[in-house]
Design a protein. Structure first.
Length: 229
């Protein structure tokens, strides 16, 4: 694939709905990893029947980066990121329906400003690369994104929110199927739920799974960081 012309990165959001308790904000990589693992949504939070995939958790010393060819790669964490994990689950294929795969991504930055710029990059990436290769044999196409700072649209719960929607296809299970990425920033922490649809599953089912996993992580992030809401 070849990337589209890069668009200017959006400015970080200025609004804020949450001031973390300074004593509960991680300062070390070990503390950041503990927080990330606590906040990540368990499979059952996406709905009945979801189970862990193997491997369940990504290498916490790495995070996903979209390269110039619009292909996702794993790279070592930068110094301003304490921890980043992705956990993997699925609703297995049954009764003529294909599998639904979900992921939970939690990244803990040293400062809220770093998390804010991550949100801005996420918004820009869909503009730069509306077609992306997730891994060997997996692609998303027709990707579009929307950002909402606190107080805009339906965002009354996080400092910033980015949603992406498109179509997902794979060499193994076919497609295209609906694809959704929902991401929020709560102080120095970003959380994201990823839902990749499968044969026979309605958009309503998939939207519900995305909302359940996403909202669970936002609530957990608020609870773990404490502070004013």
């Amino acid at each position: 694939m070849t990337p589209t012309d890069a668009a200017p990165a959006p400015e970080p959001s200025a609004g804020s709905t949450f001031t973390p308790d300074p004593d509960r904000v991680p300062r070390s990589r070990a503390a950041g990893l503990r927080l990330a693992r606590t906040v990540a949504a368990a499979p059952e939070m996406y709905g009945p029947g979801f189970v862990k995939r193997s491997p369940y958790e990504s290498d916490p010393a790495q995070w996903a980066v979209l390269d110039q060819e619009c292909v996702w790669q794993r790279e070592r964490l930068p110094e301003d990121v304490l921890a980043s994990i992705t956990t993997y689950a699925e609703l297995p294929a049954r009764k003529g329906k294909g599998p639904v795969r979900v992921s939970s991504v939690v990244t803990v930055h040293r400062e809220a400003g770093g998390a804010d710029w991550e949100m801005a990059r996420t918004l820009e990436e869909a503009l730069r690369c509306p077609e992306q290769q997730l891994r060997a044999g997996e692609w998303i196409t027709g990707l579009f994104s929307e950002g909402m700072a606190y107080g805009q649209g339906t965002n009354s719960y996080a400092d910033d929110v980015v949603t992406e929607n498109g179509k997902y296809r794979t060499g193994r299970t076919g497609g295209p199927y609906p694809y959704n990425w929902s991401q929020a920033r709560v102080g120095p922490v970003t959380v994201a739920s990823v839902v990749k649809g499968g044969r026979g599953h309605s958009e309503q089912e998939l939207d519900q799974a995305a909302e359940l996993g996403f909202s669970a992580m936002v609530v957990r992030a608020h609870n773990e960081l404490g502070g004013d809401k």
